[in-house]
Design a protein. Structure first.
Lengths: 381, 296, 358
């Protein structure tokens, strides 16, 4: 009898030992975002999006029954903090993967750290250098800026525009965009006749607008920026009575900038993800469900309009969760799962990752848009 | 350079210049009464803009602006009473550090109240694309508001200091605090008053410029640095000097666009400041004898 | 020499921390300890400038950035396109260049880190001399504004110049091999040796500064701080002492910049920002203006906490609060006199000569 009891006891212990790992565990995910500081217009919505998503996932029982724990670090856009946090998250918190940072500059600083530590990094930074050359553990969710540039130039070719002026903000986003614009322009037979870079804290650009306006060759202006100052350029142009077409970048994808520019925003042409026109998408569009759902939840929770910036964090999180669901709590397997992910509908477009492409979006992720009556609408001509 | 372009640059310069001048005068008021450079001056401008934008939801524009100015004046008074008034003979270094601390704290308070996004008041007249022709160039009517309000403030301030008894007492404090105390003037109250006045001026400037420049929680630092530059250029403590220097710096910045890349615009202002400090620390319009009497 | 005695317990602490971390398997703390040590190197030098020479500087992040950016730019920008240039050939043949491969297989030919370090620190020193001569004639607000202006110009330059990477800053900075197989790098495997390199540099700096403030120069400096006119009248060459201290502190800042940039593998514009300079001043103030040990302690503790993200989104707010609180209630620093007095007595020293208000 005693023997039997011992056997049962051993069996119970054995079962519980085996069952242990299979039972709910907590998967740690790190995030380094510029929630405050000079890039907070990016990091703020991104951080809020992640908080919301983690709550949602856990309320729905987690991934395969495992709870997700988000460790959010505010880097305030300082690379030295991002470096410190990355090492901390990787070794100390032993996170499965890191989402962020918000800016390209920070991402470039921790690209090698993530690579060395074999930890997946899903950056929300815009610049193409993040995934070119490809580092096997580094991915990014915002669309490539070279595609945005090509999209704009294709439109310009259609409109018969060949001489343009380029304005850019002095952020990582502006820098990368300016580089691509100047590099790709000759391919489309476009001549950049004026280039100016303005400060991210600029509050009036009428002098520089007057300067480029004085160049009578300029047929259109491209303003590549992500900071509030991009709402100032259209105002100063229209106030100066200058009505050449104004193109902006996908950094304009925040309705607040349209509100800030008011009447001057009318008619601005820019490429962006379909988040901005989610309600007008046909029902069979693969992104429709994701977009309307994200916008509805975000706006209900935070009482502010959703932007494409928050969308980048949404995509990073959603991709990571899908990879975890498939591969479990293992850095290498998750990395491979992301790299093999196909036809994943996110807010920025439909992702098709591969060994060579760690961004996964093609040029169709962009849609040309314009502003009409204070709202984003698809641009058709 | 065509005459049209010339006028356009000039007008842009006057816009920047008026804004710099108001901030600089705010510095001067406090400097005169206390010998303190208030590094948190830019935050008064920010508070004025932000508060009026929040109030606009509940009341018409003029009342919102008036109330915002009054509230910011209260903030100014509070800051002086909490952080400056009770210090006994503090060193300059200590005061510099305290006002820098206040500036950082105000910014943090603002970001946690209003968030990181930009806001703005509506244009007082017309909208974002309205412009009026001036000698072939075009400017927004709001620019005229900024220039007019700045001019009005300078004139009103002059009258206040010259004709009212409180104004005269403040001037007495400015020229010699010990003597003023001996004459029975409550110098401590005058210092508080100077913070109230300069907060009010900053707030009004923050409201008028908001449609043009937008308001954001961290707009203060940049403005404070420019305002400080102008205050020193014009000679610390001199209101007329501040106006002249403000317009000068604004115009130089506007015209510099045609020769120097825009990215270096701020560096130009600072370089001018450094040169002035090195060769003529009493400022372009200040006199050497007067500056020798000031405390540092 | 008595002043140097506390260095020994500090050395023991440094070793103790490492052993403790090894024993408890928490070596990851050393990452932030290493970074804090480099920042503290700048802070102790700023402490001597502010507390002993009485000169405020709101631009020391500028010197840090000069050091970091120049060494980063020289060691990352490949010279292969200029391979035919006579100067490049000469440098190459004299062993001042380094060829290798980037992590992604690109061929590189860059200036070797040692040479870059010397160039960077030398540049910072020269700039400090040129800026220092006119700036140090100013006092009070003018001095604060001039140094702030200097910091802003450096910030603008690194933000606008393509060679310095504009907004993105510079990344993929290689390791800095020193001697005997030691090298400054952020690789996970090199962590312990880098901890000792950083603290070794910091200790050396500390010994140098302790000697300085105890020397003729140091006594002269304290005279400058007490009353410049009186010191002048006593035959102390005040402007020369001030300049020497200013240049020395700039060199310390630049060295810190060079080492930390190699350790981090990159540098960004935030290192040159005004907020950084203000933060350094805040830490010196918290430690007590004329209190090297206080500055060292606060430099390590506050940077360590900040770099670990303890303050979260309130990082700047915390520093603002600390600044105001200290300046209002304890202008002599958090290690107020009585505590210091007892501490010093414990260490066998009871002279109180530098507790004056800054």
């Amino acid at each position: 009898m005693k023997k039997f009891a011992t056997k049962i006891l051993m069996a119970v212990v054995a079962v519980s030992l085996f069952a242990g790992p299979a039972m709910a565990e907590t998967i740690k995910v790190g995030a380094i975002l510029a929630a405050t500081g000079p890039a907070s217009f990016l990091g703020g919505p991104e951080a809020r999006t992640l908080e919301m998503l983690v709550e949602e996932v856990n309320a729905n029982g987690g991934i395969n029954g495992n709870k997700i724990e988000l460790i959010l670090k505010d880097s305030a856009a300082s690379p030295e903090k991002a470096i410190s946090f990355a090492k901390q998250l990787i070794e100390e918190d032993k996170v499965l993967a890191i989402i962020g940072p918000s800016t390209s500059g920070e991402t470039m600083k921790i690209k090698n750290i993530a690579e060395q530590a074999r930890t997946p990094l899903l950056s929300c930074g815009a610049a193409e250098v993040i995934v070119n050359p490809v580092a096997s553990y580094v991915f990014k969710t915002p669309q490539k800026d070279s595609y945005a540039v090509k999209k704009i130039f294709m439109e310009m070719n259609k409109m018969g525009i060949s001489k343009i002026a380029v304005l850019a903000g002095n952020t990582g986003f502006g820098k990368a965009g300016k580089g691509q614009l100047l590099k790709i322009a000759p391919e489309f037979g476009i001549d950049v006749v004026e280039v100016e870079v303005y400060d991210k804290k600029s509050n009036d650009l009428s002098a520089v607008v007057a300067k480029i306006k004085a160049n009578k060759d300029v047929q259109a202006v491209i303003n590549w920026s992500i900071v509030p100052a991009q709402a100032i350029v259209p105002k100063n142009m229209r106030q100066a009575g200058w009505d050449v077409p104004l193109f902006q970048s996908h950094g304009f994808g925040n309705i607040k900038y349209v509100e800030a520019a008011g009447a001057a925003a009318e008619g601005i042409i820019f490429p962006a993800g379909r988040l901005l026109i989610a309600d007008t998408l046909p029902a069979d569009n693969p992104q429709k469900g994701v977009l309307t759902n994200y916008i509805k939840n975000y706006e209900a929770k935070f009482n502010e309009p959703a932007s494409t910036f928050g969308g980048h964090a949404y995509d990073a999180f959603a991709i990571l969760m899908a990879a975890i669901a498939e591969a479990g709590n293992d850095r290498d397997k998750v990395r491979t799962a992301i790299e093999n992910m196909k036809n994943f509908a996110g807010t920025g477009g439909v992702f098709n990752f591969s060994k060579e492409d760690h961004n996964g979006l093609d040029i169709d992720a962009f849609q040309m848009m314009t502003v009409k009556d204070g709202k984003f609408v698809a641009y058709e001509k | 350079m065509t005459s049209e372009l010339f006028i356009q640059y000039l007008l842009a310069g006057i816009t920047y210049g008026s804004i710099y001048a108001i901030v600089a005068i705010g510095f001067n008021i406090i400097y005169n009464a206390t010998g303190i450079i208030n590094f948190a001056q830019g935050e008064f401008v920010m508070f004025g803009g932000m508060i009026s934008i929040s109030l606009l939801q509940f009341m018409p524009l003029p009342i919102a602006i008036a109330l915002a100015v009054i509230l910011t004046m209260l903030i100014g008074a509070l800051i002086e009473i909490c952080f400056i008034r009770w210090l006994k003979g503090p060193s300059v270094l200590r005061l510099i550090i305290i006002t820098i601390g206040i500036s950082i704290l105000s910014r943090e308070v603002a970001v946690h109240i209003w968030g990181e996004s930009i806001r703005s008041l509506p244009y007082f007249v017309g909208n974002e694309i309205t412009s009026i022709p001036v000698f072939g160039a075009r400017i927004s009517p709001q620019v005229l508001w900024v220039v007019a309000v700045s001019a009005l403030m300078v004139v009103a301030l002059g009258i206040f200091f010259k004709t009212t008894s409180v104004g005269r007492e403040m001037r007495a404090c400015a020229s010699n605090r010990k003597a003023a105390t001996l004459c029975g003037i409550n110098t401590a109250n005058m210092v508080t008053l100077s913070f109230i006045l300069s907060a009010g001026m900053g707030a009004l400037a923050g409201c008028v410029m908001s449609p043009i420049t937008y308001s954001q929680y961290d707009m203060g630092t940049g403005l404070a640095i420019k305002g400080f530059t102008v205050a020193i250029l014009g000679g610390l403590g001199s209101a007329g000097g501040a106006v002249a220097a403000g317009l000068l710096l604004g115009v130089i910045e506007a015209f510099s666009v045609s020769v120097v890349p825009l990215a270096f615009q701020d560096a130009i202002a600072i370089t001018i400041l450094l040169i002035i400090l090195f060769i003529r620390p009493q400022g372009l319009f200040g006199s050497k004898e007067a500056s020798a009497l000031k405390e540092f | 020499m008595k002043r140097l005695l506390p260095v020994l317990p500090l050395l023991a602490c440094v070793i103790g921390v490492q052993l403790l971390c090894s024993a408890t398997d928490t070596l990851y703390y050393l990452t932030q300890m290493t970074m804090s040590a480099y920042y503290s190197l700048l802070i102790i030098a700023l402490c001597v400038l502010m507390g002993y020479a009485g000169q405020i500087s709101l631009g020391h992040a500028g010197f840090f950035a000069i050091g970091g950016y120049i060494s980063a730019a020289l060691t990352t920008h490949s010279l292969i396109p200029y391979g035919d240039n006579g100067l490049v050939k000469f440098l190459d043949s004299s062993g001042m260049l380094l060829s290798g491969q980037s992590l992604y297989g690109e061929e590189l030919l860059v200036v070797s880190p040692g040479v870059a370090c010397v160039v960077a620190v030398f540049t910072a020193a020269v700039i400090a001399v040129f800026i220092g001569i006119p700036v140090l004639k100013l006092k009070g607000h003018y001095l604060a504004m001039a140094t702030l202006g200097f910091g802003i110009i450096i910030y603008r330059v690194v933000l606008a110049v393509e060679y310095f990477g504009e907004a993105d800053g510079l990344s993929e900075v290689p390791a800095f091999p020193l001697f005997a197989g030691l090298s400054v790098s952020g690789n996970f495997v090199d962590r312990v040796q880098n901890y000792y390199i950083a603290w070794g540099v910091l200790l050396l700096g500390m010994i140098l500064l302790l000697n300085l403030i105890d020397s003729r120069v140091g006594r002269g400096l304290r005279g400058v701080h007490g009353s410049e006119e009186a010191a002048d009248a006593m035959g102390v060459n005040t402007s020369r002492y001030k300049l020497q201290t200013f240049v020395l502190s700039a060199v310390f800042a630049a060295v810190a910049g060079v080492f930390l940039t190699h350790y981090n593998g990159g540098i960004g514009t935030s290192e040159a920002g005004v907020m950084k300079s203000v933060r350094y001043v805040a830490i010196v103030a918290v430690g007590g203006m004329a209190n090297l040990w206080g500055a060292l302690l606060m430099g390590v503790v506050l940077n360590f906490l900040s770099l670990r993200g303890v303050f979260g989104s309130y990082d700047d707010a915390v520093f603002g609060l600390i600044l105001i609180g200290i300046m209002l209630f304890a202008p002599n620093g958090i290690l107020s006199i009585s505590v210091r007095y007892h501490l010093l007595r414990l260490l066998g020293k009871n002279k109180q000569d530098d507790g004056k208000e800054a």
